[in-house]
Design a protein around this ligand. Sequence first.
Ligand code: UDX
Length: 440
Amino acid sequence: MKIAVAGTGYVGLVTGVCLAEHGHQVTCVDVDEKKIEVMRRGKAPIYEEGLQELMDRNRERLTFTTAYQKAYRDAEVIFIGVGTPEKVDGSANLKYVYRVAGQIAESLEQDCVIVVKSTVPIGTNDKLESYIRERLVRPVQVDVASNPEFLSQGTAVRDTLHASRIVIGAETDRAREALEKVYETFEAPKLLTNRRSAEMIKYASNDFLALKISYINEVANFCEAIGADIEDVARGMGFDQRIGGRFLNAGIGYGGSCFPKDTKALHWLGNYYDTEFKTIKAAIEVNDNQKLKLIKKARQYYDSLEGVRVAVLGLTFKPGTNDLREAPSIRNVGILLDDGAEIFAYDPVAEAEFEMLYPGKLRYCRTPEEALEGAELCLIFTEWPEIKGLTPEVFCRKMRRPVILDGRNCYPVEAFDSYPVIYNSIGRRTVQNVEEKKGR
Ligand code: UDX
């Protein structure tokens, strides 16, 4: 089929490339000239496992352009995969979606099905359809359908090619049939529903996962208070298939481009319709507090962080991506800097991006070992393999005072038992083999 995709971020680009892999002729559209030029030269502008290979393999089926009119005018299906960032009040900002909708309306020269992949508030597909129909320049038939994505950063290609499910929210046979044809060769279970339900499935799924994480984090905090072990507790819960063992990793809270934004957006929508999501409100609050967990723990060991040399290991919101959006490291580093700490940071990929947030304020190290050299406190924000591979012996040898605060439970607690360290993680017992002296 002849398909156009608006937006070449994680969602748009991965969707476009995977559709090309399934034999469709795909034109990817973006306003960013530089990015388009990079892709024209055959290079993926983001790192996602498998993406470059798929781009190479499907070169003749993929076109990259900023000329939206040419891309949209005779497309059978147009996917909208642009961002829906958070507004100050927590609601979703739809200006990019509407901009694309306007461009589509002015460009279409034949009947077309417009598919919204971006995460949008429930009811947006209905409004978009009217918006486009009112602005059509030529007498063509336009139907809007919802087809949310469920891809995670780092596994986006796999999540798209081997989707857990393909949700098709359509109001007309024409739209439904077009999407069934697009996904004909995909082997995922397909759920056909109406547009509002499809839009809701996306929010309900993401927010449920966010709830799950906040719940396990609260259980972890309680485990610390009463002397239970969160890893065993989570494992014990996970055997029950109704609960499931995944997404029960306690830590310093969720970040990224989806959970923080989608929880706030659904909470905002709930209030708008006068049916507040109290559970989601709680998940947001729990997560905000959880992000400061390591700083609170640090105060147990230091009255003041003025002049304390701190190793910060991991900056991104999760491993396998250089994305810093809503990463817990950001607020924590801000507080450490306000407190006068000297920060030596290590992250395998996000140094340049982090430097833009705090220009000239941190020193970056090429290895975690280098960051630990002479440190009096170590905070772990991301479970990168390079960080998980460190041994207690390395912490002891490198750090001047080995106080290790692990926000991602990277190591078994027992590993530290016979070392002169303080090892304090989330929801587990603390190893305290050196004196808990406050101050310096
Ligand atoms: C998420 C959803 O997983 C995906 O289905 C949706 O389409 C987009 O949002 P993503 O944001 O890429 O994907 O990352 P994910 O792997 O879900 O992790 C999000 C955050 O939750 C990370 O900060 C991660 O560290 C945290 N997390 C995840 C936990 O703290 N504990 C867990 O058990 C799982």
